[in-house]
Design a protein. Sequence first.
Length: 86
Amino acid sequence: MNPCWIITEDGAFICGDFDSRVTSYSYPTSPNAEKAKRLAQRGIPAIMKFACRVLRVAQASHRGTPEITAPHDARNWRRINAGDDE
């Protein structure tokens, strides 16, 4: 797993796995986003471990058809690569 993540200006937590191309979007008020914000204060290793856990769950539940999941993953990757909220 090769994770990356961003906490957007509005507080959303978006993470992705470069290897599998799976992404996960957590709304600003979600428990995952709140936890990511707390872990970010503890440093990169803490949030990386959390991102890996979120992505493992996302990979396990990524059963949708490519037509459904591809637009969501593409939008998430754009936001991760941009480094800020669109």
